[in-house]
Design a protein around this ligand. Structure first.
Ligand SMILES: [Zn+2]
Length: 52
């Protein structure tokens, strides 16, 4: 399950598998689906992650 978090007034979405944060829920869902399927992260997806 993607977790919603408030960070500096913005809503971020966190992949539960790898803990990367995204500003779009859709990206977090993609990341989580990939992480769970492959047991690792997709660089294509994680490069869109928000650095916090
Ligand atoms: Zn992930």
């Amino acid at each position: 399950m993607v977790k919603r978090q408030q960070y500096k007034g913005k809503t971020l979405y966190q992949c539960e598998a790898c803990s990367f944060m995204y500003n779009q829920g859709e990206l977090a869902l993609q990341c989580e689906a990939y992480c769970k399927k492959h047991k690792s992260c997709s660089l294509e997806i994680t490069k869109k992650a928000v650095r916090v």
